[in-house]
Design a protein around this ligand. Structure first.
Ligand SMILES: Nc1ncnc2c1ncn2[C@@H]1O[C@H](COP(=O)(O)OP(=O)(O)OP(=O)(O)O)[C@@H](O)[C@H]1O
Ligand SMILES: [Mg+2]
Length: 457
């Protein structure tokens, strides 16, 4: 259980807050009647949040904030004044207060501010502690069982310096996976150098990979480093490796084996110190069988294999992805963030995403944003080819139990949260969960956050 310390020289005021927060948010409360008392309590006990009156005789709220800072006490502080002058609150925030409230505010709002402050602090601590998959860092969204497995796989192989082969259909997020492997790898501050051999004319592939000396071929007017050297002490991401011409495959294999290369037209070898990631949307073993991909290179790259699941195997990720795309797209267009109606979302979830997976979903969201001036996107905005899917099988058909369970859980959470105005303690109680923290944990697993606006009283 979380503890809130209420600091006010007027006992009745402090007791009122304490009573309300216990009753409404199920929080444990402590009271201090002076600045000195408050500092004593935080020194002796663990306090998760402080509500602080700025006007007190003796050590006032500002002095308390300064003292907390000096002593390095990290507790979120919510301040208020009796006079209703907010410039003093703003001044307090410069001294490190988390936010301010008005004495006239309904207690529900105060409870929500306290919860948000505690939640934010818990999140920050978790990020620092685990350093993995903090939503801020990874752009790879998704809480479905398939995605969790993918993220575990990434976390497991990322620290190992050997090559990783990333396989997945077009638009499933292979590049994002590669970036995460780099971010969680041995040299996250080193360069990440992507090279897409499919986008290069065959004659340039080798010089792009290995670099060249001046005069190595017509047009080589100066010496140039290749991608391997540019990725030194970082990561080289060989995208669309299945498109690499056979001659370049042979050279690549040699470089990987010898861990050194010679620039085109060069004489002295250069050491290779880059971590190698490769990605493809082809089934490489079939390419090997067809003689289009060297078997020895395949085995060299295939030390660790990561498969990125197609979107149709993780339909429960669609609500979260749509929400993320709506945020990004509306911000880019400079419009207020739009929402999607439940029946429109159902249509997106009933569609068999086959062509371009997440990329196609992203494009569809962009089209829907443009299709209406309304703030709510309805089923009418869903593109025709998705709406008319003909004889549709039931939503459950062909999907595994874990997936369906994740989807149902998310729906239950969202509707309970909406019913309770996204107030965590109340929702937890309604759902019969042990406490506020257990609900937050499940919400994090589903990447659910309170909407930033639309929750004011
Ligand atoms: N899990 C995800 N969360 C958020 N965005 C995603 C996710 N997966 C893919 N995307 C987005 O979808 C688009 C396609 O992703 P990406 O370019 O990584 O796919 P790819 O597998 O490399 O595709 P291709 O084979 O066509 O190169 C990008 O805009 C990416 O940001
Ligand atoms: Mg790609």
């Amino acid at each position: 259980m979380y503890t809130v310390l209420i600091v006010d020289d007027v006992p009745a005021m402090a007791q009122q807050y304490a009573y309300d927060l216990r009753r409404l948010a199920g929080l444990d409360t402590r009271i201090a009647l002076s600045g000195d008392d408050a500092l004593e309590v935080v020194a002796a006990e663990s306090v998760d949040c402080m509500i602080l009156d700025l006007e007190m005789p003796g050590k006032d709220g500002f002095a308390v904030l300064r003292a907390l800072k000096e002593r390095g006490v990290d507790v979120p502080v919510i301040v208020y004044t009796g006079t209703g002058t907010f410039d003093r609150c703003v001044q307090a925030m410069r001294l490190g207060a988390y936010t301010f409230i008005d004495k006239a505010d309904p207690v529900e709002r105060v409870a929500r501010e306290v919860e948000t402050a505690i939640e934010r602090r818990a999140l920050l601590a978790e990020v620092a502690e685990l350093r993995r998959y903090a939503a801020e860092d990874s752009v790879l969204r998704g809480a479905s069982p398939a995605m969790q497995k993918l993220k575990e796989g990434i976390a497991r192989v990322a620290p190992i310096p050997s090559p990783v082969l990333v396989i997945g259909e077009s638009g499933t997020g292979k590049e994002l996976v590669a970036r995460d492997l780099h971010r969680l790898g041995p040299n996250p501050s080193g360069p990440f150098v992507p090279l897409n051999s499919a986008a290069l004319p065959e004659s340039l592939v080798e010089s792009e990979l290995f670099g060249h000396e001046r005069g190595a071929f017509t047009g080589a007017v100066s010496t140039r480093k290749g991608a391997f050297e540019l990725a030194e002490r970082g990561t080289l991401f060989l995208d669309e490796i299945g498109e690499l011409p056979l001659a370049a495959q042979a050279k690549l294999l040699r470089v990987l084996e010898e861990r050194q290369l010679t620039r085109l037209g060069g004489a002295k070898p250069v050491r290779v110190e880059a971590r190698i990631l490769a990605a493809t949307n082809r089934e490489l073993d079939a390419e090997v069988a067809a003689g289009r991909f060297r078997e020895d290179l395949f085995y060299r790259l295939n030390v660790h294999l990561i498969r990125v699941p197609p979107l149709r195997d993780r339909l429960s990720d669609i609500p979260g992805l749509v929400d993320q795309f709506l945020t990004g797209i509306c911000a880019r267009f400079g419009v207020r963030k739009k929402r999607i109606a439940a029946d429109a979302l159902d249509l997106l979830m009933a569609y068999q995403w086959r062509r371009n997976n997440v990329r196609e979903l992203r494009n569809v969201v962009e089209r829907m944003v443009i299709a209406t001036d309304e703030e709510l996107i309805g089923p009418g905005e869903v593109p025709r080819e998705i709406r008319d899917r003909g004889e549709a099988p039931p939503l459950e058909a062909g999907r595994n139990f874990q997936e369906l369970k994740a989807e149902a859980e998310r729906r239950i959470l969202v509707s309970a949260l909406e019913r309770n105005g996204w107030q965590i303690s109340r929702t937890a109680k309604e759902l019969g969960l042990a406490d506020h923290a257990s609900l937050l944990k499940i919400m994090r697993r589903h990447e659910l956050r309170r909407p930033e606006d639309g929750v004011s009283d």
